[in-house]
Design a protein around this ligand. Sequence first.
Ligand code: HMG
Ligand code: MG
Length: 302
Amino acid sequence: MPTPRTVVITESSPRDGLQSLGAIIPVTDKVALINDLAAAGTVSFDAVSFVNPAAVPQMADAADVVAQAKQPGTHLIGLVPNVRGLEAALEAEVDGIGVLTAASDSFNRHNINATLDQSMARIRSRLSSVPSEIGVRAYVSTATHCPYEGPTDPARVASLAAQLSEWGVEEVFLGETLGRATPPDIENVVIEVLKHVGPERLGVHLHDTFGQAIANLVVCLETGISRIDASAGGLGGCPYAPGAGGNVATEDVGWLLNGMGVERGLDLTRVAEVATAFCKKHHLAYRSKTGIALLSARDTEQ
Ligand code: HMG
Ligand code: MG
């Protein structure tokens, strides 16, 4: 497969980027983050999750964030772990729904208090309640490694992806939840999944704990995958994946895509400005090397 000419980057910083933080970020700051990144060219947002607030306190204000951030031209996705979350997301009028399972039983149990079979059955029953105009993406987390069970069998991921695809989800996203994978790990699983799901419907959500995410992304792009989650400033983590670092940084992905001649429509310097200001205000580490370089070049020119 040739490298895609255009890609869709979904900006994960408002949801994945913030969900593990202890200090609650005010709604106005979450909304400003979305608005400012939208002004820099971002269209699609992994914006919020509708989950038990006792489990993930940072997402307790999801409905308010959607109400205040909703604007023409942006696509706000709400992640939902169960029926209650789906109802809340539809009531909040999200533009897209994310459902999730993991390829390992243990991660599912820790993350959503369900076995793998239960999580799949719940996804299937929920899909019929989603209005046809709302797209659904399904995450298969722990696609290469599980924090509790170790390496994941690519055949199991492929079988889950095939089922989700047959049930009619618009996109299947492989979640490299831990950020441990190297290109051979990613290649193994992507090749298996592509036997069942076309590259135009397959996305990747890559954490960058071990600094491999850009290398892993190149492997994915070379298979024709054109849907990518990324997070401004490399923010991210998962409360149920101990040791998982942030997501691949949007700025780094944009720089890579520039170099590969792939269209992406983002003002990378502006993304870096927005993310560094956000990180500074909330005492978070800013992790994009591209962003640091772009801002340094901007300062030198001034
Ligand atoms: P449970 O304990 O089995 O649920 O949790 P329950 O039905 O027994 O309810 C327990 C309490 O939660 C009740 O409240 C419910 O009302 C409430 P209480 O009576 O104790 O006051 N509740 C809810 N409240 C708000 N919204 C809801 C909801 N559901 C129940 N939707 C549950 C099951 C799934 C709810 C819980 O385990 C949970 O919320 N988990 C969230 C986990 C999570 O958000 N993880 C991070 C996102 S996944 C991720 O980051 C991976 C990804 O990035 C890809 C990758 O990196 O691989 C996507
Ligand atoms: Mg994640």
